[in-house]
Design a protein around this ligand. Structure first.
Ligand SMILES: Nc1ncnc2c1ncn2[C@@H]1O[C@H](COP(=O)(O)OP(=O)(O)OP(=O)(O)O)[C@@H](O)[C@H]1O
Length: 767
């Protein structure tokens, strides 16, 4: 059972001093290891009212082994492994290339000998040239020879980017929220009236003092109020919402076991992490937790749900699956609903699923939403569509705040040099940022390609995106966490919430869709008070976002310039590697084909041997939408996107068409495609925001009473009223005909012609 799996352990707890050992080698302007105290002093000058720069993420002294619970979670995964891993394929191609190069070299030497024996002076010249080429070939092998030393050590240039003065906007006022963003700076965990088991767990986890969001959030959460919380990435939001909830659960009288708390998260990996942190915080109390995210075994989750765990952490899709297919499981007992990464949970992508979940939740509950930043107050009000009741707004950072100890750098990509991106990234990863690096790409395809390219260069790389199986995703995360790989290439699936300890550098291959995505991506480093660095490649089309980032930055933003010959060298290297990349992709395709045919053969074999019964059909699981509805929704969304992608964008249309026709894209086109993808997303988002706000209501079917009801129905016309009035009085009046007054007004004879039916019908006829 999941509850017994012991999914304890966390990401990010150790006894390290919060110092970032820099991996840069050839950078003259580089500072030495950034000691937190010093950075803080510097920041002190720039003191922000939103984030308390005096806050120190103190060293963790806990004895608790905070390792990932990945091993346990992975035991739930289906064991369906590829015959060989991608890294094995890369290694195979690399070895082949090495032997081929060796052979070519020895061939050349032999030729050289022959030539020396009976050659003329001109031939000798040619051979000299060949010799030079030969040494370059050698250098193009993955390991760097002395010829490349210069390239590896030549320093980049760093310039501080000018920053236009940020206009200070007043905080958006909203009568809707009670504001509790001010907090008592001296508040300690002990002052918060938390129970002993929780305090013990906090100590065991090594937390010495609460973070600003925890200081602000925990006291309000304990009062049972609805909260709309917002703080920078990596500032401890998870514990901020988990602690008050755990405290309340400890004191709840227990009768029959019921699930009281539901935490919804947007990605599976984040679910695993939140579950792990909750388990650690609850390690000394008798509170049960359950993890129900996609990609993990359904059956064991069902069994765990039947035991009604106190806290359930889930992704929306898998939760709905259980609600519809696990008869005894329901949400009517939910007392606290928590939406982590709330802005994502309430965006269009999850809209239908969220409506369905909230519809099933009990009306009487506390709702807590946690996000890294709400862009506008309107957005926050959107969050209110989950029916927050007199919510308390707790914002301890402003809209575009990045982590306080993040150093932001940008590399300019000149027009028509888009094709250099891969070379620049390769140069950064081999020369400057060699370990604990996350590289973000826009598309899964580019992430995969970068994995292969960098792997062929001899770097230790892994990839994390939606095209991989859950096993592969978690395995990549585990290897990165365990320092088996130095670089994790990922798409935005890994951008939110993931707390991977010790990430030193985040590199953006292209700028992400929106600033919000940027803040999330770079938020994977400089967490919990540690220092970190982000390096983003910015092309002409992306400069607008750069300007905004520079404007919002509190610390100086730097421009990094790589020496041109370094870029050329790596470009050359990549060009030469192209055939090897193709070879790896080919190996993958062949293996996939083999596996598919093997599976078909096995099914046929079983059918032949044991008849139809041998092929066990999984019972179909039901879903809240019919297959038709699901299909319709998907088609509608796809059409909308397609429509947007094409509208007025002839250039794009042509680009897509050309790229498709050619089958293979050049480095330039690949980079453009990445940028295009991000732009399309941003456009879709902008269009969505321009649209008149639909009632994003998640209808709470509570009866509306009193004047509200009248207002809602609108005023009826006299005609409607007469037509629909069926009261006794109205009927009597109708039978009796118009009154004396009415007759006078209508110019009818004043005398009624008797009250009998006959005269009345006559009157009616005349009328
Ligand atoms: N009071 C504290 N003292 C020291 N470390 C803490 C404290 N609270 C949390 N942390 C650590 O800070 C790190 C970041 O915490 P967490 O993942 O909750 O941040 P977050 O705000 O949810 O980030 P994101 O927005 O990226 O999801 C974790 O490693 C956690 O263990």
């Amino acid at each position: 059972m999941l509850a017994d799996l012991g999914l304890i352990g966390t990401i990010g707890e150790d006894d390290e001093v919060p110092v970032e050992p820099e991996s840069d080698s050839g950078d003259e302007e580089e500072e030495g290891p950034i000691v937190l105290g010093r950075r803080q002093k510097a920041l002190g000058k720039n003191r922000s009212a939103d984030f308390n720069p005096d806050f120190v993420f103190t060293e963790k002294e806990g004895t608790y082994d905070g390792s990932w619970a990945l091993a346990d979670v992975m035991s739930q995964l289906k064991k369906k492994r590829a015959a060989t891993t991608l890294d094995e394929k890369i290694e195979k191609v690399r070895k082949k290339r090495k032997t081929e190069d060796k052979e070519a070299k020895s061939g050349k030497l032999e030729k050289e000998k022959e030539a020396k024996e009976g050659s003329e002076p001109k031939e000798q010249e040619d051979l000299q040239e060949n010799d030079e080429e030969g040494s370059e070939d050698e250098a193009s092998e993955t390991d760097y020879s002395s010829a490349d030393e210069n390239i590896l050590t030549k320093a980049d240039t760093l310039k501080v980017k000018d920053r236009k003065k940020k206009k200070k906007k007043g905080q958006e006022a909203g009568g809707f929220f009670e504001d509790a963003s001010q907090y008592d700076e001296n508040l300690s965990f002990q002052d918060m009236n938390l129970s002993r088991p929780l305090l013990k767990a906090i100590t065991a986890m090594g937390f010495k003092q609460p973070t600003p969001i925890q200081k602000a959030c925990i006291p309000v959460g304990l009062l049972g109020k609805d909260i709309c919380a917002c703080a920078a990435t990596g500032t401890g939001k998870t514990a901020a919402f988990a602690l008050p909830v755990l405290e309340r659960l400890i004191y709840k009288p227990r009768q029959a076991p019921v699930t009281r708390v539901l935490v919804l998260v947007p990605t599976r990996e984040l679910g695993i992490q939140v579950h792990s942190v909750t388990r650690q915080l609850a390690q000394f109390c008798n509170i049960t937790t359950c993890l129900a995210v996609g990609g993990l075994d359904v059956k064991s989750q069902e069994a765990a749900l039947r035991a009604a765990p106190d806290i359930l952490i889930a992704t929306p899709g898998r939760l709905i699956d259980h609600l519809h297919n696990c008869p005894s499981f329901h949400l009517s007992s939910i007392e606290v609903l928590i939406l982590d990464e709330a802005d994502r949970m309430l965006d269009e992508y999850f809209e239908e699923q969220m409506k369905e979940i909230i519809r099933m939740c009990s009306h009487h509950r506390q709702t807590i939403t946690a996000a890294s930043f709400p862009t506008t107050l309107q957005r926050v009000k959107d969050l209110a569509s989950v029916s927050l009741k007199n919510p308390v707004r707790i914002f301890v950072n402003s809209n575009t705040d990045v982590a306080p100890f993040l150093r932001q750098e940008f590399i300019r990509i000149r027009p028509n040099r888009e094709g250099d991106r891969e070379a620049i990234v390769a140069a950064l990863l081999t020369r400057t940022f060699t370990d604990h690096v996350m590289l973000f790409t826009q598309t899964k395809k580019q992430a995969h390609r970068m994995h292969i390219l960098l792997g062929l260069m001899g770097l230790q790389v892994g990839e994390l995106h939606g095209n991989l199986s859950q096993t592969q995703r978690l395995e990549a995360l585990r290897r990165f966490k365990d320092e088996q790989i130095d670089i994790l290439v990922a798409t935005d699936v890994a951008a939110r919430g993931l707390d991977i300890e010790g990430v030193k550098t985040v590199i953006n291959f292209t700028m992400p869709n929106t600033i919000k995505h940027y803040v999330h991506r770079v938020g994977r480093t400089a967490r919990a008070g540690r220092a970190g660095r982000s390096v983003s490649l910015v092309g002409e089309d992306e400069r607008k976002m750069l300007k905004e980032i520079v404007k919002a930055a509190k610390a100086p933003v730097k421009a990094r310039i790589l020496p041109q010959d370094v870029i050329l060298k790596f470009r050359d290297k990549i060009e030469k590697m192209e055939k090897d990349v193709y070879a790896v992709l080919q190996l993958e395709a062949e293996e996939k084909e083999m596996q598919q045919s093997e599976a078909q053969i096995n099914t046929a074999k079983r059918l032949l041997e044991k008849g139809k019964e041998a092929v066990v059909q999984e019972p179909e699981r039901s879903w809240f939408q019919t297959k038709e509805e699901r299909k319709k929704e998907k088609i509608a969304k796809a059409l909308q996107e397609f429509d947007l992608a094409l509208r007025g964008k002839k250039k794009r249309k042509k680009f897509m068409k050309d790229a498709k026709k050619k089958g293979e894209m050049t480095a330039e086109e690949r980079s453009q495609f990445e940028i295009l993808k991000a732009q399309m997303f941003a456009e879709r988002l902008a269009k969505r925001n321009r649209r008149a706000k639909r009632a994003r209501a998640m209808p709470e079917e509570e009866p509306v009473r009193g004047p509200a009801k009248k207002q809602k129905q609108g005023k009826k016309s006299v005609f409607d009223e007469e037509l629909t009035n069926t009261s006794k009085k109205a009927l009597k009046q109708y039978r009796a005909g118009p009154s004396f007054e009415e007759r006078k007004q209508l110019g009818l004879p004043h005398q009624r012609r008797g009250g009998n039916f006959k005269s009345k019908s006559r009157y009616k006829r005349r009328k």
